[in-house]
Design a protein around this ligand. Sequence first.
Ligand code: ATP
Length: 467
Amino acid sequence: MNKSPDAHRMEKIVSLCKRRGFIFQSSEIYGGLNGCWDYGPLGVELKRNLKNYWWRVMVHERDDVVGMDGSILMNRAVWKASGHEDTFTDPMVDCRSCKARLRADQLVEKKGINQCPNCGGKDLTAPRAFNLMFKTFVGATEDESSVTYLRPETAQSIFVQFKNVLEVSRKKLPFGVAQIGKAFRNEINPRNFTFRSREFEQMELEYFCRAEEGMRWLDYWKEERLKFYENIGIARDNLHALTVPDEERAFYSKGTYDIEYDFPFGRQELEGVAYRTDYDLSQHQKASGKSLEYFDEETKQRFIPHVVEPSAGVDRTVLALICEAYSEDEAPDEKGKMETRIVLRFHPRIAPIKCAVFPLLKNKEPLVAKAKEIVALLRPHMYVFYDEVGAIGRRYRRQDEIGTPFGVTVDQLRICRAFWFRASLNGSGAVSRILLEQSRSYGKHAIWRRCSRLQSCRQNLRASRAR
Ligand code: ATP
């Protein structure tokens, strides 16, 4: 059977991720562990840049949000009160023909009859609830009294620490608490590379507000989050804000949007933005017997705040960034023969390596010395890669393939005055010559400014071409 172009594209992305050190299978030398992944040298940079930018936008650039970092293991009572112990389940079905274990919503329906998506078999068990939480034991005895779970979401530690955070931060409504951290779900059928994993990271904000303002903040956060994705280089056309219909929303939610992305394997959720009412705080107040109320000094009223939650997946966003950046173009090889090459077009903000520095020739000492000087100049401001090995075209190619947006080539002996400034942002991978010494405004931080501001970078490139 021929593979669809999208399946083929996804295969190439997975293979690039391994070949260039973005993502590896966890425990690979032992045959892997389904649903678990390791990030290699470039993947970890990409992931870090994403998390840092999220934190910057969601916490540092706002007066109304503070952060926290909760533990992964929590008292079992948390999961009872939140409803996870009883209801955090997916309906599971077994295929008796090929023995596949499937989520009921992954079955294929043909002529009104459910079939196994793997073998087409129709001999399926009735759906039964499967709890997605990983169970574990705390302490030396393995009995009911020591049971707890790896957290399936980061949000609950924010709810149970609500009072402490409120007291120390002295925030007034509306305000938010943000957290980035690991979450674990024993997914019935992990698939689509890192998209559905069993261990993953979330970036969550719980934004507390008054009941009457909940719907307004829901819309506000949906728009903010869409902007965020655009600001890391995901085209608006590939993003979709789906209004989750009433019958599919959690019973306590008054409104939910799913922000979806057009992955090569279909349109899928990147982030949920949910107005969760006062459900979570009320549940924990009831179960713990501790007040989680907010005291309004102006009206002298006590009440449980409502909450809007934008909850994004780090790994899904990393995957979306790689899918979005992936492109192929045709370029002549060293013998002039046209060949297809991969270019990752990352936004400079999230690119793993910001700038590559090359002396044109490694046996020309002054070029090497100048290149190293440039590396030292840039290093305090960004992640820089120095490369002197091989033909310059091949060195450029290697950087294109990992999405390095800027490069500096020291290419002549007037080294103090001139070097190549190269950017593959404009789509063609064209080399733009900028004489940095021409203008004193190109100070120490000039290249960094370019890297952090795509817009001004584009203008600079245009200006340099016009010169
Ligand atoms: P799905 O319907 O795809 O299982 P969900 O609606 O259960 O996702 P939420 O509980 O809203 O997801 O979690 C918030 C975010 O956490 C998701 O939008 C996603 O980005 C991320 N996430 C959830 N489950 C996984 C997973 N198994 N692997 C990777 N990321 C996940």
